[in-house]
Write a protein that binds this ligand. Structure first.
Ligand SMILES: NC(=O)c1ccc[n+]([C@@H]2O[C@H](COP(=O)([O-])OP(=O)(O)OC[C@H]3O[C@@H](n4cnc5c(N)ncnc54)[C@H](OP(=O)(O)O)[C@@H]3O)[C@@H](O)[C@H]2O)c1
Length: 331
């Protein structure tokens, strides 16, 4: 492989004029909605938040002193509308509140491409759909912003959007502080598939299964849960820090010889041909849209499947250890 060719767009390269005199509506005031609306406000913008009349989040917007109204009214008044509610609710939001209020030349910003790429919602003619997808949770986006920093983000536009819409996406990413860290261009398909696969196979599903299996093996063999937690889970961030700084090969060079030989020797036992096949099936299911169908079906069934998994797959001893060690060793 040749030298890495990542085109990172920095804050100073971005023109903020696509946002000048524009009314911005932020729909939703949860993890991303609150962080983005507060960052916008602190950067001199005056967003209006859209929330249903009975929304529990209205209390927080009121406390934060940001203007709010219903989603339909917010959309009617706005030039730029940022959709920051859970992905499975985008379809009903558009059908119930947005489709009637939509106007030509509006720009809709999404923080994740799922609902657009898998066609839960349809892009109307003359309306731009763009992506500003921060690489991290809202809490972190807000914390980093307050420290004068940002978190990186993907920006993109659909093929049916105007070329200039990418400039609006970049200006918005700058307004919420992401451009301080850097922006990378992608498209809706890659962001949707990459993000869902990463969280399922590696970051959330894969990692949790690995940690639980390692912890359980030690506890089953008679080692105390405290000890098992310290060995299999607690040190994870140290290894991740090394990987992020030096790569996996670099990490192996920086740990003990015992750990390096042992780790390299068992890698292919843990992730073998069968588990690689399982990863491919996970990816196929995401690409085909079957996972999105399952998400929507479970939403339609009050998330019965999600609740069942949450109950069945909880490892209470491991979770108790996490809380215990966090209390003991934080600060
Ligand atoms: N969280 C992350 O780490 C993260 C990272 C990158 C991208 N994203 C993306 O960002 C988007 C938002 O995710 P999130 O995690 O921030 O969502 P979230 O915290 O679950 O959003 C909840 C907020 O949406 C409101 N809401 C629900 N239905 C609504 C409706 N019909 N109209 C208006 N408001 C409504 C909720 O109000 P109530 O209080 O009334 O329920 C609450 O304020 C998603 O597309 C997600 O994929 C998230």
């Amino acid at each position: 492989m040749g030298p890495l060719n990542i085109n990172v767009i920095r804050e100073k390269q971005i023109d903020s004029s696509p946002l000048a005199d524009k009314n911005i509506a932020v729909i939703g005031y949860g993890s991303q909605g609150r962080a983005q609306a507060l960052n916008l406000r602190d950067n001199g913008y005056d967003p209006i938040v859209g929330l249903p009349v009975k929304s529990r989040s209205r209390r927080f917007v009121r406390q934060d002193g940001i203007n709010f109204t219903t989603p339909a009214k917010a959309v009617k008044k706005a030039d730029i509308i940022v959709i920051l509610i859970p992905d499975h609710k985008h379809k009903e939001l558009f059908e119930r509140d947005i489709d009637k209020a939509i106007k030509r030349e509006q720009t809709f910003i999404f923080a994740h491409a799922l609902s657009v790429h898998f066609k839960l919602i349809k892009q109307p003619t003359g309306v731009d759909f763009v992506l500003v997808a921060p690489h991290g949770p809202g809490l972190r986006l807000r914390e980093r912003f307050k420290d004068g920093k940002g978190i990186t983000a993907f920006i993109g536009r659909t093929d049916d959007s105007s070329k200039d819409s990418l400039k609006t996406a970049a200006a918005y990413a700058k307004a919420i502080g992401c451009a301080r860290a850097g922006l990378m261009i992608t498209d809706f398909a890659d962001e949707a598939i990459g993000d869902i696969f990463g969280e399922q196979a590696v970051l959330c599903g894969g990692l949790s299964a690995l940690l639980k299996a390692g912890f359980d093996s030690l506890v089953k063999s008679g080692i105390s849960p405290e000890n098992a937690y310290l060995e299999c889970v607690y040190q994870l961030d140290l290894i991740v820090d090394l990987i992020k700084k030096f790569g996996i090969h670099g990490m192996y060079e920086k740990i003990s010889t015992t750990a390096a030989l042992g780790g390299l020797a068992v890698e292919s036992e843990i992730i073998n041909k069968q588990s690689r096949g399982a990863m491919q099936s996970i990816l196929d299911k995401i690409v085909s849209g079957k996972f999105t169908d399952e998400l929507m079906a479970d939403y339609g069934n009050s998330f019965a499947r999600l609740k069942k998994y949450q109950k069945q797959r909880r490892n209470r001893i491991l979770d108790d250890m996490a809380v215990l060690f966090d209390k003991k060793f934080s600060d």
